[in-house]
Design a protein around this ligand. Structure first.
Ligand code: SAT
Ligand code: MN
Length: 599
């Protein structure tokens, strides 16, 4: 222990130390005893601290500076080639009772998990610096926000957490005031896939992550805290922690409706959140405002509506596919002060990825000379980390302590067949079933096969920190007297035609679908009732200027009864996995629609 130089800024060293900071200090000391770092650095979130970290990472090659004329203060980080995505098979929820984690999670008994992790963490920070990162998820003065402290031995994690959260002195002050915080312990360890675990102890508000330096495995404020642990807190405290973007749609009259939308990872949440209206809409005065691109915390306000905040302060977005066409706002956002992970670079050292433009890169994400036949220049899950404030469409309401009122909740996934462009749930209970029934083809955001259809309720399969059956009950519980709940919709931007091509143009044109939803919320837009919900006919949506084939029209706005019967049969099997714990109301809703489909 003599080797540890404890650099505690702020009041912690003084007698004014609050009891919560004492508890924090004690935990930090316990972790230091276990992990044996050479030094401890308490992060204050300042510019100076960031500059020093960057200098050190430039010196040791962790960060490679990019072209400073085209991309000032931007860097490339190459992760270990075996450490490029979330590892769901190594992610555990460790509740006392296995049933509390549910069939949707990998489970380990807390004592076993602790023993396993203690053995991994023992002495793992020798020769390294241990960083203590106090952070706040959500606007620093919002009652909806929650704090945490991440301890890590990765300066790359510190730099990313500084962008993704409100990190440093203000968060520490809130922790002292509030008393409770989520404890996250992280070490990159040896970056050995066989010595890698992401453990959650929701009952203790604790996270332990070892052996990965990548994204959701390592930036513990994100999926581990803001979804897995927060979903558990939210259930106890009467709110919702969801894998949703939040956007505001402003109409030409200057009225703004906020929409929260759940899609699995790498299904276009960032693109939708930063949508630029098609030209005709732009000229008429429509605007889209970005509040968040990945996570949404919502709770009922005094007027009975759901109010939402984005707990994050930055975007950890998928780079491949991001272009002037798909997402001009994202591209504008990442022109400076951005950390790129696992992208390729051009001969003049600009970041490059598939889908950006037609230049030919010179070096791939592993650092090898680019060879078209050797695979993509950027890893399919390559990412950018950037402050949300740099986004041209960043909403002035995004920092609002009270959050924004939600008019509509949207569920969606990648479905090549069956599922139409959009439909509206009949009521809240039906909406919960629509969310629970979500399915999507898997993407590169997690390791494993890509393109396999799996059930991903509310896009929370990898992120719900407790039994899905209880989660569905929690969702249903919001429907109570006085509640003014949002309307619930389902969308599918990914429907394919017989030729295997997407039928809907997507991107900015998706505003047409959002406009129809708002029309439904305001009681102005028409639809046709079907057993699965209210579907717009092609004439109910403004499609002027969109070239759609007859096939596209009939499929995107069509209802395939036989196909839906089969879907509901398969859904019954999925719901049965939750046994007796599944809320009866959901089972009844399923039965009601299944019966309607048969008549
Ligand atoms: O790596 S992350 O979990 O942060 C990204 C994602 O899967 O959405
Ligand atoms: Mn996500």
């Amino acid at each position: 222990m003599a080797a540890i130089r404890n650099e505690i800024p702020l009041d912690v060293e003084n007698t004014a130390m609050g009891s919560q900071l004492e508890a924090l200090n004690q935990w930090v000391m316990d972790v230091a005893r276990l992990t044996q770092p050479d030094r401890i650095q308490w992060c204050d979130g300042s510019d100076t601290e960031f500059e020093e970290l960057v200098q050190q990472m430039e010196a040791d090659g962790t960060l490679l500076p990019l072209n400073s004329e085209t991309h000032p203060r931007s860097w490339l980080h190459r992760s270990h080639p075996d450490d490029v995505a979330r590892v769901e098979h190594l992610t555990f929820v460790c509740t006392t009772d296995r049933e509390d984690a549910g069939p949707n999670n990998h489970w380990m008994a807390p004592a076993d998990a602790r023993a396993k992790m203690d053995a991994l963490f023992e002495g793992c920070m020798r020769g390294r610096t241990m960083y203590v990162i106090p952070y706040c998820m959500g606007p620093i003065d919002s009652p909806l926000s929650r704090c945490g402290v991440e301890i890590t031995d990765s300066p790359y994690v510190v730099a990313n957490m500084r962008i993704m959260t409100r990190m440093g002195a203000a968060a520490l002050a809130r922790i002292e005031r509030e008393g409770s915080f989520v404890r996250g312990l992280h070490s990159i360890g040896e970056l050995d896939p066989d010595r890698r675990f992401i453990m959650h102890f929701p009952e203790e508000l604790t996270i332990q992550s070892y052996g990965s330096g990548y994204g959701g495995n390592a930036l513990l404020g994100k999926k581990c805290h803001a979804l897995r642990i927060a979903s558990h807190q939210a259930r106890n405290e009467g709110w919702l922690a969801e894998h949703m973007l939040i956007l505001g749609v402003e109409n030409p009259k200057g009225e703004t409706h906020y929409i929260a939308a759940a899609f699995p990872s790498a299904c276009g949440k960032t693109n939708l959140a930063m949508l630029i209206p098609p030209e005709g809409y732009r000229n008429a005065g429509w605007k889209v405002w970005t509040v968040g691109d990945d996570i949404c915390w919502m709770r009922p306000g005094p007027d009975g509506r759901l109010y939402a905040i984005n707990p994050e302060a930055g975007f950890f977005g998928v780079a491949p596919g991001t272009s002037e066409k798909s997402n001009p706002n994202a591209l504008a956002t990442i022109q400076h002060d951005t950390i790129f992970t696992n992208v390729g670079v051009t001969a003049d050292n600009q970041p490059w990825w598939e889908g950006l433009d037609n230049r030919v890169p010179s070096i791939d994400w592993r650092g090898n000379a680019y060879d078209f036949n050797a695979g993509p220049a950027a890893h399919p899950n390559a990412r950018f980390t950037v402050s949300a404030r740099q986004c041209p469409s960043w909403s002035p309401k995004a920092e609002d302590a009270q959050g924004v009122p939600i008019s509509a909740i949207v569920f969606g996934g990648r479905r090549a067949s069956l599922v139409p462009l959009v439909f509206e749930a009949r009521d809240w209970t039906h909406g919960v079933l629509v969310g629970a029934a979500m399915g999507s083809e898997t993407t590169a955001a997690a390791t494993g096969a890509v393109g396999v259809m799996r059930r991903d309720p509310m896009a929370m399969k990898p992120f719900c920190g407790y039994n899905f059956a209880d989660y569905f009950s929690h969702w249903l519980s919001f429907d109570k007297p006085g509640a003014k709940l949002p309307k619930v919709f389902h969308v599918n931007w990914f429907r394919k035609g017989d030729d295997g091509k997407f039928l809907w143009p997507g991107f900015g044109e998706n505003l047409r679908v959002l406009e129809w939803m708002i029309g439904r919320v305001e009681g102005k837009a028409a639809a046709q009732e079907t057993p699965i919900g209210a579907l717009p006919r092609a004439e109910d949506i403004h499609l002027d200027g969109v070239a759609l084939s007859d096939e596209a029209r009939s499929v995107l706005f069509g209802f395939d009864r036989a196909g839906w019967q089969a879907e509901f049969d398969s859904l019954a099997g999925f719901l049965d996995e939750f046994g007796e714990r599944l809320p009866g109301a959901l089972k009844e809703e399923h039965g009601r629609i299944a019966a309607e489909l048969r008549t």
